[in-house]
Design a protein around this ligand. Structure first.
Ligand SMILES: [Zn+2]
Length: 67
């Protein structure tokens, strides 16, 4: 089964017998990481990398304190 990358419209073939919910798949074209939200029916959601684009909104000190 194939889904279309929301970032670059590249078809990504996902073997639903090979993946499980919670796993991540990568787009070969743009490297977008997507989490398998559901296998049946197949549903993927882009994984947002927190703080990657919004470093100003997330003080680094706060993240370090959580560990
Ligand atoms: Zn892509």
């Amino acid at each position: 089964m194939a889904v279309v990358c929301p970032e670059c419209d590249n078809p990504i073939t996902v073997d639903t017998e090979e993946v499980e919910e919670g796993e991540t798949v990568l787009c070969d074209e743009c490297g977008l990481e997507m989490e398998v939200v559901s296998v049946d029916p197949l549903e993927l959601a882009p994984v947002d990398v927190a703080g990657y684009d919004d470093e100003d909104d997330t003080p680094a000190a706060a993240e370090e304190d959580e560990e």
